[in-house]
Every structure is written in structure tokens, then in C-alpha cells.
Write a protein that binds this ligand. Structure first.
Ligand code: KOT
Length: 798
């Protein structure tokens, strides 16, 4: 029993009323949902602050190692609901609000998502923060306080249209501004070297100001800090210019500084190479490292101790300037010798790689790097020279070659540990992109398979299933997810029926939401077949929509056959500049329009694509899914984390042997997973065939029919040539082997239909998926990092 559970409804009632009156300045008669949300948020936040102070005090006392997670993205989602669940206050607050005719659900849904991330990488960082708090690992997350998070998506004539996201438009009740935690971040200018000592004379400076959000763990036993940096001008205002009437120029320094934390770059797994992005990466990294050193020096005076007291995780290469920046601070500011500084930096730093896609491996031109960060360019050159001398590596293994700085190599060379995010991905790192570096630095690469927090992704998002689990195996699974295995010992017709009822309730709830938001009526007994993720060619939404068209054709040919009714659900955004991904979105919407209006088939097949997929939509959708589509080209998806959330929520997976799918299949049992498609090795083999697409298309009548319909404009008669580009791409390039895996996918989907029709068999498979999902708790992942990467200890119960 946690302390919060004993909090009386009386106390909560009083505190909420207090905040409503004195913080919001409203009486109950005039309070809006927003006012209530703020009052409840402040009340809950107050309850976290004590454990937050306590955690800070304990960390200082124990002098333990601190973990710093540096990430350009934290895709947090809503904060209030998570805090309420972790503090165990759900029922009490619901009760208190009901007395005034308010619903906790409405209050919670009033909060905008904190969308400071694009997808998997940012959401992983958010799950990790929550798990580090749950485990009592003393940690800080460092990121940027973007004024505008990931863009909002609308569909206009089926096309994606982006509008700015505006979460800070309203006051944000979860953060504490820290005007005293403020650092100067320098840019540009030149470097003077005298007597071997370099002095950087920056031409521009920006202030990084800290905004702290407490992150509370399960049962409120520990809280860590997410510290986000906002950019502010070093000189506020040019008064002379203002007085002379040049108002725009007077505000220029302010405008310039603020652009740094203005918007999140919307590219996911693509590299944009823009100067502003490089500046953002340095802004985060420099502010974080100055803060880390300040905190360290407030407790210790010997910088050699740094690796014993500090572990820094670089979330992909975006903060990879941490290597040169730490060396710069140690040498230029604190006067250490180069060798000592470099050894200390390497002792602290670690690097997680999240993709092997060549277009996503960050590179910066030496020209840009030299101009924006002249001192760092010198430091990088020296690290590179020493790396070259020590390993005798060929030129393409150098950090700097072809006038580019290769951030992956830089991060690798400067890290103690480098990790991939699933077993397959880590193996592929060793075999492909990092093969030579692995030989040069043996043992440096290891694996830490991703995970997701079961508090948000099961307890909070799926109360119906959570209740069944608790009734079956008791409480305590929330922070010991392996206990889900016990479900198999209780397998019975009753348990299967209970799981089925919970799923159906979630499907009805999602159906109601679709009805209200899109005007479509869904059949809750149809199979809900879901693919939600960023739209990217390698994730192969195209394969899924081709299968949808083939299914429609097959049903129309034989409408009286024993079809398993399906609702095909898609969700996801495309990077604004990613043309092919946007075409795929438009195609799905065009297909939906035609298929959903076909009276012959609409009771058997519907296509739904709600706009603006985000964390909150995932929380509604995943609990309602029967089938999880994890169909990337083998070898391309580093891990996936959505795949884990679906499994935990009792959806079965149709998937390739890619990323963490491989491990999911092992944990739930091969017989409970719908596997199809080429393996990563077969994919490489297939690429060697120049006519791989054409020959696969010629081998499948169903695929030819699909492509023929697109050629004729069957889904877009108003502009029949709309998809000719996409068709040409498929026939002649097909870079992610959609055609080559098409027949296997179709055949596997037929097996899925048959399994769904056999209710008892399906329910048994569902049970085994939930029971086998315990491994995919991010608590397990964080324990792995603590033991094998950070050498950090939990401070809970000490
Ligand atoms: C984005 C830009 C550059 C480099 C990597 C990325 C990236 C990778 N963004 N998201 N990812 C995903 O990270 C997840 C968490 O590890 C993985 O599960 C997923 O497979 C990656 O695609």
C-alpha cells in the first residue's frame, strides 16, 4: 500500500477547491473544464514535490552515480493521467470531481499532449524516464523545451496538411522555471591559440534557461527531473535602436535566440542537415554538460572522479557533440590536460544507436561545423587523428572524411558502451555499419532491447484488461511484469471470456470515438487490424494498403463466402518533406473513401484513418486492437516499441522477423505469432536481383490487379493519373520490397482470418501474448542499462 492511497478524499477535495479559488481565481459556478484541470494538476503536482525533494536529498546523501539521459526528443504525452495512476489516486479524484458534476476523464482529456518528439526514439526516452523513477535510479532527462512540438496533421481531400502545434499556448502546470539555472551557449567566431592554449571568441551567445518537470514513478516512491532548456537572448533588447525608431532591429537578438527552442524538427529517421538543427543539438548538449559539471563540482573537487559519479547516455547521435564539448569544458575552462580530459569524457559517455538506415546517419559538413563550432571542429580533428593512429583504420572509418563529420563514428569513438535496441539490430550493427569499429574496439557494442512502461501502456490505457489481470493474479504486476506469466496457470474458459469481454469493451469505446469524430459506425465484432506509426516506406504501410485493396477485390468476387469482417485502421504522420510517404497517406484515404461506400462489402471491410495520430490516440487504439501490423522490411526497423504495447494489450501480431518482433515471437511462442516474409539475409539476397519488383509482380495475379486498379484511377476517378508515380516507383524501384513480400503477406492474412473465426483458439493466443509480454517492460530495459552500461545503483529502500 503506498502512502498516497491513504490520502483522504477530504484532503484532495480541500486542495482542489483551494487551487480552484486561489490559483485559478474561479468559483465552482464559473469554473471551466480547463480551470478544473489546472486545479487538479496543481493538487497532484504538490503531492509529487515531497518525494521529489526526498529523492534529491537521498541522491546527495548517498553520493551515488547519477544518470543523465540526453535526448533531442521526449514524447511525453499527457502528464496528469500518468501522475494520477502512479500515485494511485484515480478513484479518489474521480469521486471528488463527481461531487461537482465533473468527470475525471473530461478533465484529463483537456490536457494537450506534450509532443516533444517524432516517434519511437522520443517515446522511448519518455518510457525510460518513468522507469528510472520507478526503479529509484537517480537520473535527469535533458532536452529542449520546444515551443511547438510535432505538427498537427489534418487531411484535406485525403492529403496531409500540417499546422503548428501549440501546447504552450496555455499555462503549463507541470514545470518549474529555474531562472537561476542558466548557462551561456556560445556559437561561431574564431579560436586563438597561444602557447598551446586555445581560446574561443564566440561571435554569438544564447542563454539556456532550465524548466524542470518532476517525473514520478510507480506508487510515488521516487521522482526524477526532466530538465528542458529554453533559449533566451543574452542581451534582451537594443534600447538605442528602439528609441531611434527601428523596432524590428531592436528585437532582433531576442528573435534570433528564441528560434533555437522554437520548433521540433519533424524528420524521423531522416537527416535534414540544417544549420539551425546543428545549433539546437549543440544548445542542448552544451547546456546539459555545463549543468552536469556544475552539479558535480558542487559536491566533489576532483574531476577524475567524474566517470564514477556520472553516466551520460546519448540518445542516438543528436547529442554526440557531448564528446568534444566535455573535452572542451575540461581543457579550456577547467585547465585539464588533453589526455586526461579525453579519458574522463570517454569514461562518462555512452551511445545508443536507433537506426541503420543510411539516410538517417547524421553527417555535418566540415564547413558548417567549422563555422558554427570552430573550437569543436579542432577537437573533433584531434579525436579523429588519435582514433586513426590507434586503430590504423581505413579512411572511410575516420570521423572526418569527404569533408564531412560522421556523428555515428564520433559517438562510437567517444563512448564506453555503444548499444543497439533489439537483439537483431545489435547483431546487424556488428555485421554491417559498425563492423570495422566493432573490430577496432571489441566488446564496446552491446544490446539493450527496448521496453515500454506498463503503467502508461497497460494500467492507464487499458483499465478493463488491467482489472482482469488483477482479479486473476492479484496486484503487484505493475512493477514486476514478468508476473504476467502466471496468467497461463489460470487459463480457463472463464479467463478467456473475461479477456474477450475486456477487448470488446475497448473496441466499443474506440468505435464510439470514431463515430463521434469521423461519423463512421464500426462493428465491434469485426477484427480491428491496426497499423499506427510514422509513415515511412520501410514500415510498409503500402504493403498493408495493397493487401486492403486485394481483400476488397476478393470479397467483391465472392461476397457470399465466409469472410472474417475486418476494420483496417491506420494512423500516423509523414515528415512534411517526404513526398512518397505523403502519397501513401493520400492513397489510404482515397481507398477508404471508395471501400467504405461500397454497399456490397462495407459490412465486411472498412478502412479508417483518423488524422493526427499521437500518444493519446495510441492509448485509445492499442487496447482496442485485435491485430498488430509490424510488417517492416526485415533488417530495417531497429526495434519497434508499438509492437510491444500491442502484445501487452492482447493483440496478436502479424509481422516480419525484424527488430524486436523476433524477441516478441520467442516470448509469446511461435505458434501465437503470425510470421511472414523474407528474413534480413533473404532481403539482402533479394536486393541483388535487379528485377526483384517486376518478377514478384508478375508472379502474383492479385498484386497485378491492385496495380492495374491504381493505374486506372479506380480510387480517384477525378484524377486518374494520381498514383502513376507511386506505380512507377513500385514496378521499377520498390526499395523496401513490398512486391517481393506481397504474396507471403496475403497468405498469412488468410491464416489470421481463420484464427479469428475460431474464437477459442484466438482467445488462447491472446492469453499467451499477454502472458509473454512481461519481458518488454522498460523496467527490464533500464535494469539492463543500470547494470551493463551505467554501473548505477537504485537508491530506493536504502
Ligand atoms: C531518427 C533520426 C535519426 C536517427 C534515428 C532516428 C530514429 C529512430 N527515430 N526513431 N527511431 C526509432 O527508435 C525506436 C526506439 O529505439 C525504435 O524502436 C525504432 O525501431 C526506431 O525507428
Amino acid at each position: 500500500m503506498n502512502a498516497m492511497n491513504t490520502l483522504s478524499a477530504d484532503l484532495l477535495r480541500a486542495r482542489i477547491a483551494q487551487h480552484l479559488t486561489y490559483t485559478m481565481g474561479k468559483d465552482k459556478a464559473h469554473a471551466s473544464t480547463y480551470d478544473w484541470r489546472m486545479a487538479v494538476s496543481y493538487t497532484v503536482r504538490d503531492l509529487i514535490v515531497d518525494s521529489w525533494f526526498e529523492a534529491t536529498r537521498k541522491t546527495y546523501e548517498e553520493q551515488g552515480k547519477r544518470v543523465y539521459y540526453l535526448s533531442m526528443e521526449f514524447l511525453i504525452g499527457r502528464i496528469l493521467e500518468d501522475a494520477v495512476i502512479n500515485l494511485g489516486l484515480h478513484e479518489q479524484i474521480e469521486e471528488v470531481l463527481a461531487e461537482d458534476g465533473m468527470s475525471l476523464m473530461d478533465v484529463v482529456e483537456n490536457e494537450p499532449d506534450a509532443a516533444l518528439g517524432n516517434g519511437g526514439l522520443g517515446r522511448l526516452a519518455a518510457c525510460f524516464l518513468e522507469s528510472m523513477s520507478t526503479l529509484g535510479c537517480p537520473a535527469f532527462g535533458y532536452g529542449i523545451r520546444y515551443e511547438h512540438g510535432l505538427f498537427r496533421q489534418r487531411f484535406q481531400g485525403g492529403r496531409q496538411v500540417e499546422t503548428p502545434e501549440d501546447w504552450l499556448n496555455q499555462p503549463h502546470p507541470w514545470e518549474f522555471e529555474r531562472p537561476e539555472a542558466c548557462y551561456t551557449v556560445p556559437f561561431k567566431g574564431h579560436v586563438d591559440t597561444r602557447d598551446g592554449k586555445a581560446t574561443w571568441h564566440p561571435a554569438e551567445t544564447v542563454l539556456a534557461r532550465a524548466y524542470d518537470t518532476p517525473v514520478v514513478g510507480w506508487q510515488g516512491k521516487w521522482s526524477n527531473t526532466l530538465r528542458l532548456w529554453g533559449a533566451h537572448p543574452t542581451e534582451l533588447f537594443d534600447l538605442e535602436r528602439f528609441n531611434s525608431g527601428d523596432h524590428t532591429a531592436a528585437a532582433a537578438p531576442e528573435a534570433l535566440a528564441r528560434t533555437l527552442s522554437r520548433v521540433l524538427y519533424p524528420e524521423d529517421t531522416t537527416d535534414s542537415g540544417k544549420e539551425l538543427r546543428l545549433k539546437q543539438e549543440y544548445f542542448l548538449t552544451s547546456a546539459a554538460l555545463q549543468d552536469i559539471l556544475r552539479r558535480f563540482l558542487s559536491e566533489y573537487d576532483d574531476l577524475s572522479l567524474l566517470p564514477q559519479k556520472v553516466a551520460i547516455q546519448m540518445n542516438d547521435t543528436h547529442p554526440a557533440l557531448a564528446g568534444p564539448e566535455l573535452i572542451r569544458l575540461l581543457v579550456d575552462v577547467h585547465g585539464l590536460e588533453w589526455d586526461r580530459a579525453k579519458t574522463i569524457a570517454q569514461g562518462c559517455l555512452n551511445y545508443t544507436n536507433h537506426t541503420l538506415l543510411p539516410e538517417a546517419l547524421e553527417k555535418w559538413s566540415t564547413w558548417l561545423m567549422g563555422r558554427v563550432l570552430p573550437r569543436h571542429m579542432q577537437i573533433i580533428e584531434r579525436i579523429d587523428a588519435e582514433h586513426h593512429a590507434a586503430t590504423d583504420c581505413p579512411p572511410d572509418l575516420r570521423i572526418v572524411h569527404h569533408d564531412q563529420v560522421h556523428m555515428g563514428t564520433l559517438a562510437f569513438v567517444m563512448a564506453s558502451h555503444v548499444n543497439g535496441v533489439s537483439a537483431l539490430h545489435s547483431d546487424l550493427m556488428k555485421q554491417t555499419v559498425f563492423a570495422d569499429l566493432d573490430r577496432a574496439y571489441p566488446g564496446r557494442i552491446l544490446n539493450q532491447t527496448n521496453g515500454v512502461t506498463p503503467r502508461r501502456w497497460l494500467k492507464l490505457s487499458n483499465p478493463a484488461l488491467s482489472q482482469v489481470i488483477t482479479e486473476t493474479i492479484g496486484t503487484g504486476w505493475e512493477d514486476d511484469l514478468d508476473r504476467l506469466k502466471e496468467l497461463t496457470e489460470h487459463d480457463s474458459p472463464d479467463l478467456r471470456a473475461a479477456l474477450r469481454r475486456a477487448k470488446r469493451a475497448n473496441k466499443v469505446a474506440f468505435g464510439n470515438w470514431v463515430q463521434a469524430n469521423m461519423g463512421l459506425t464500426l462493428d465491434p465484432d469485426a477484427m480491428f487490424d491496426v497499423q499506427i506509426k510514422r509513415v515511412h516506406e520501410y514500415k510498409r504501410q503500402l504493403l498493408n494498403v495493397f493487401e486492403t485493396i486485394a481483400r476488397w477485390n476478393a470479397i467483391r468476387k465472392n461476397p457470399g463466402a465466409d469472410w472474417t469482417p475486418r476494420v483496417k485502421i491506420f494512423g500516423g504522420k509523414a515528415a512534411p518533406g517526404y513526398f512518397t510517404a505523403k502519397e501513401i497517406i493520400r492513397l489510404i484515404n482515397d481507398v477508404a473513401k471508395v471501400v467504405n461506400n461500397d454497399p456490397l462489402t462495407r459490412h465486411l471491410l472498412q478502412v479508417v484513418y483518423p488524422a493526427n495520430y499521437n500518444v493519446s490516440m495510441a492509448q485509445r487504439l492499442i487496447p482496442a486492437a485485435d491485430l498488430s501490423e509490424q510488417i517492416s522490411t526485415a533488417g530495417k526497423e531497429a526495434s519497434g516499441t508499438g509492437n510491444m504495447k500491442f502484445t501487452m494489450n492482447g493483440a496478436l501480431t502479424i509481422g516480419t522477423l525484424d527488430g524486436a518482433n523476433v524477441e516478441i515471437r520467442e516470448h509469446v511462442g511461435a505458434e501465437n505469432f503470425f510470421l511472414f516474409g523474407m528474413t534480413a539475409d533473404e532481403v539482402l539476397e533479394r536486393y541483388r536481383k535487379p528485377d526483384h519488383a517486376r518478377s514478384a509482380i508478375m508472379a502474383s495475379q492479385e498484386l497485378q490487379d491492385v496495380l492495374q486498379m491504381l493505374a486506372e484511377g479506380r480510387f480517384n476517378p477525378e484524377e486518374p493519373t494520381r498514383y502513376h508515380g507511386l506505380l512507377d516507383h513500385t514496378w521499377n524501384h520498390d526499395p523496401f520490397l513490398v512486391a517481393s513480400d506481397f504474396s507471403a503477406f496475403l497468405a498469412c492474412q488468410t491464416k489470421v482470418d481463420a484464427a479469428y473465426a475460431d474464437t477459442d483458439r484466438w482467445d488462447g493466443m491472446v492469453l499467451r501474448n499477454i502472458a509473454g509480454s512481461g519481458y518488454f517492460s522498460s523496467d527490464r530495459t533500464i535494469r539492463g542499462y543500470m547494470e551493463q552500461v551505467w554501473d548505477a545503483k537504485s537508491l530506493l529502500n536504502r
